[in-house]
Each structure stands twice: as C-alpha cells, then as structure tokens.
Design a protein around this ligand. Structure first.
Ligand code: ADP
Ligand code: MG
Length: 518
C-alpha cells in the first residue's frame, strides 16, 4: 500500500511528552527573564537590539516585546503580557511570572502522571476560586485622592523614578485623571496626553491643563501669547492650488509674467485675509503654509503653526471645539474653537506651544522631564502604567492590598477550598495556590529576603492578622500590612493577571503535538 503523506517532508514534528516539556521549558525561561524586575526593588534590564539601540526598562511588557522571542510557546507568554498591558495597563510582570509558575508546577504534575486534562480542569477551578478570593480582598475605601495616589505610586515604584519623585508624580497623575474623568465612569485615554522633554530632572515634571505640542510658530513676527483665542484647525495646505504651480505659462511678455505672479499672490493673500476676516487668532495646520501666506498672517497678527501631527490637531480640535477644516472658503464662527490662552514657552533649546483652557473638552498634558532620553522614556512607560491603574481603580472594581498580600490571600483561599475538589484534580488546585504564592516569594527575593523564610512568615502572619505582604523598606523588606504602608493595586490588575496566566498556561499544557514547517 502507498504510504499516506499528510505533512511535507520539510516539516518537523514533536509529540507527546517531548512537545510538552519543550513548550513548558520555553515558557518558564521567558517568565524567569522578567522575574527579577518585579516590585519596588526589582532590577532593570538593558536591552540592545541588532542595530545597537538601547532601552533600559523595568516594564515586563516592554522587555518581552523587545526580546525578539521565537519559540511559539514562549511567544504565548509575550502575548499574556500584551493582553495584560492592553486590558489594564499594568501587572505585566506579575502575569508573566504567574504563567511561568503555573507551567513549572504543571511540569511536576505531569511527571507525577496527572493527565493534562486533569491539570487544565484543576487550574480552571482554582482560577475561579482565585476570583472569589479577589472579591473578598477588594477594599471598601473611598477612592479619595490619597488612596488613588498610593495606587499610582505603587505602580511606579521601582521604575527608576526615585521614591520622592514617585510621590510627586503620583499626585500629578491623579490630578490629571481626576481633571478629565467625567464621573460617569467614562474616560477617554486621549484626554491625558504625555509629552517628554529632556534637560531637567524628573521632579520638574508638570501638569498642564490643556494641550501642549512640540511646535514653534512659523514666523518670529507672530505674537508669543494670545489670550481669549479663536482657534482654527486646518487639514489642507495653504499654498498655490495643486496643478497651477506646475502649469506651463506661455508667457510672451513681461506683463503676462507679472499678471501671473500677481494672480498667485492674490490667491495666497486671499487665504490669510479670509482667516483674518473671519476673526481667527491662532491657526493650526497639518500641512505646509506657503511663505507668502505666513508673512501675510503675521501682518494680521495671527499666530500660525504648520505640519502638525494629526494626533495633535485632533487633540486641539477636541479641546477647543474647533472643526477640522478642509479649506478656508466660507469660514463661519462655528468652525472655530476657543481657548483661554495660547502661548509659547521656551524649554532649553526649543519652544513648546501651550493651548490652555479649551472651551469644549477637558484635556490635560503631563509634561515629563528627565535628564536623558533613556530616563524620560522609562518615565513615560511608568506614567502610562500609573494613568491606567488610576483609571482602573476608579472605573473597574476598586483596589486590593498590594505587596503580594492579595496573592497570599488567594493562595490561602484556594488551598482551603481544595479539599472540596474531587480526585486528582485537587493536586492541580493546590499547585495553583503554590504558583500564586510565587509573587510574594519573588518580591521577597528581590528585596533580598530569604524566599522560604518569607513564605513561612507570610503564612503565619496571615493566619494571625488576616493580611500579610512584603513591605520594602530602604534596602530590605519586612513582613507587614500593605494597607498601612499605602501599597495598593487595582483589583482589575489581579483579576486580569489570573485570567490571562491561566489561559496561557492551560493552553500550553494541552498541546501534545507540535508540527512546525521548516
Ligand atoms: P508589574 O509589571 O506586575 O506591575 P511591578 O514591577 O510594577 O510589576 O511590581 C508590582 C508589584 O509590586 C505589585 O505586586 C505591587 O503591589 C508591588 N509593590 C509596589 N509598590 C510596593 C511597595 N512599596 N512595597 C511592596 N510592594 C510593592
Ligand atoms: Mg507595575
């Protein structure tokens, strides 16, 4: 009989236990790459890509993204971090470490001859229990500014901001979110903008109530400050109309040449005059503005900016209530937006433009300062996380104690319910509890504590006090109450970490056949 070939001769196939263990090893390896960065005493990674660009970061999602990971199972951990980043914006290291631990314990269970399906069922059951445990941990606190600032600060510590600065920055973040959050549970992330500038220390970071753009006026003769400004946003160039400039004039006399130039001039003047007649004070244009138009705008006392990024134009339009205009004919007052003040300020070498007090929507800009590019880049990642967690705390389900305390409580809860789970599945449920405990264990290790002693003490303190976390103090850590220490995480971060890690780990465990095209 002819053999039946399903696969091309080029594909490589790994089956059964080999497939499983290779996937699990790959997953564990990726998780362990980020574990040393967890928590306030976590270390940073320096990542250098093939063209020599350097990124220094403590952010799990960023590390995994930059690491150029090829193994398909390892790639799934990268996806866990990405899911976590996209859905709640923080807790990426936690989610990756948890996935790695779930895989490590699964490996032991497989060695003990538990069937993958039993492990998957046990993990899913335990994940459900973990969500119940998180429900119990949610703190019934008013989300006043102090608690929110603690949440924001917890998300930033260890991100190279320094403790004092983290406190100042956390308050800026909360003020920013509070300023734009409309109270109805709706938050538009575009309303908190972030702009980075090197050349000052991060404590010089400021919160601006308005939009700040990295643009200078097109002409130095234009005013630097306009109060009570009518603002126009234009998405078309102000130049001689397309085609005309290239038209070959058949010019037979000097008169004709002059007439042609005069016609062009008149067209260009017409643009500036139309804007002036309509009462525009400030013009933001996403395309080029011809020199002759610029001069004329300056004569009218209009401040103009050209070649804006479309995201900047959109933000200004939204904040001031301006329409984005496709041309300057038939301008009406309703097309314009309004700002209390448009001003230009010098920052070191260059100038930034501030559009403050827009009348249509609250928009704020965090103007981040730092000594070097690397510093502001890492600060921007930290601030992004902090904004996300603040929003998550306000919008979706409150806050839980941080510093590993919630994980200790989850582990205890899951363990105490494991007895009710029938058969060998129970072993998987217990393993899940041990895996969750890896978070406080890792926090302990990263603060220089002995992880085994720490876990023992965490458990006994939890039994006694009902709460126990790894509080980092100066260079070392102690077992204590994170609520007293003001360390909180949004409940959503923990929920998502449990869900994402369980999904990825169970998916990897279920695979027993890898067919790879070469
Ligand atoms: P992730 O990417 O998971 O957010 P982080 O490096 O930001 O990783 O570490 C988050 C963990 O650090 C959380 O468990 C949080 O509760 C904890 N944490 C934050 N601040 C402190 C602190 N001052 N003391 C102890 N733990 C803290
Ligand atoms: Mg974090």
């Amino acid at each position: 009989m002819q053999p039946l070939y399903v696969l091309s001769g080029n594909s490589e196939r790994t089956r059964g236990g080999d497939a499983q263990s290779s996937n699990i090893r790959a997953g564990k390896a990726v998780a362990s790459a980020v574990r040393t960065t967890l928590g306030p005493r976590g270390m940073d990674k320096m990542l250098v890509d093939s063209s020599g660009n350097v990124v220094v970061t403590n952010d799990g999602a960023t590390i995994l993204e930059e690491m150029d990971i090829e193994h398909p199972a390892a790639q799934m951990i990268v996806e866990v971090a990405q899911t976590q980043e996209d859905s709640v914006g923080d807790g990426t290291t936690t989610a990756s470490v948890l996935t790695g631990e779930l895989l490590a314990y699964a490996e032991d269970l497989l060695d003990d001859d538990l069937h993958p399906t039993v492990i998957v069922e046990g993990y899913n059951e335990a994940a459900r229990l973990a969500q119940e445990a998180i429900d119990e941990q949610v703190l019934d606190v008013e989300l006043d500014d102090d608690v929110l600032a603690s949440v924001a600060e917890s998300s930033m510590t260890g991100k190279g901001t320094g403790d004092v600065t983290a406190d100042v920055l956390a308050h800026h973040v909360v003020d920013a979110v509070r300023a734009v959050h409309d109270g109805s549970g709706r938050f538009d992330p575009d309303d908190v903008r972030i702009l980075t500038r090197t050349g000052a220390s991060s404590s010089a970071t400021e919160l601006v109530e308005g939009v700040v753009i990295d643009k200078e006026r097109v002409n130095d003769g234009m005013p630097r400050t306009v109060e009570d400004a009518a603002v126009a946003v234009l998405t078309t160039k102000l130049d001689v109309r397309e085609g005309e400039a290239d038209t070959e004039y058949t010019i037979s006399s000097v008169d004709q040449l002059e007439a042609a130039i005069e016609a062009e001039d008149a067209e260009l003047r017409g643009y500036a005059d139309a804007l002036a007649d309509a009462g525009v004070d400030v013009l933001f244009c996403t395309k080029k503005i011809a020199d002759r138009v610029q001069d004329r705008l300056a004569k009218h006392g209009i401040v103009a900016f050209e070649s804006l990024k479309s995201s900047d134009a959109r933000a200004i339009a939204r904040a001031t209530g301006a329409k984005q205009l496709g041309d300057v004919t038939d301008l009406e007052a309703a097309d314009f937006g309004h700002a209390e003040r448009v001003s230009i300020r010098r920052f070191g070498e260059d100038e930034l433009t501030f559009v403050e007090g827009g009348e249509a929507a609250k928009t704020v800009t965090l103007l981040l300062r730092g000594g070097t590019e690397h510093v502001v880049d890492e600060l921007e990642r930290a601030i992004n996380d902090a904004v996300d967690v603040t929003v998550a705390a306000i919008d979706s389900g409150g806050v839980v104690p941080g510093a590993g305390a919630t994980e200790v409580a989850i582990a205890e809860y899951v363990r105490s319910h494991a007895g009710g789970v029938e058969g060998r599945k129970q072993l998987a449920v217990e393993a899940f509890a041990d895996a969750v405990e890896a978070i406080p264990r890792t926090l302990a290790t990263n603060t220089g504590m002995d992880p085994i002693d720490a876990v023992v003490e965490l458990r006994s303190t939890f039994d006694r006090e009902g709460i126990a976390g790894i509080i980092s103090e100066g260079r070392t850590g102690t077992i204590g109450d994170p609520i007293e220490a003001g360390v909180f995480d949004p409940a959503a971060v923990k929920r998502e970490a449990v869900t994402a890690a369980t999904e990825a780990a169970t998916m990897i465990v279920r695979i027993d056949d890898v067919i790879a095209a070469k």
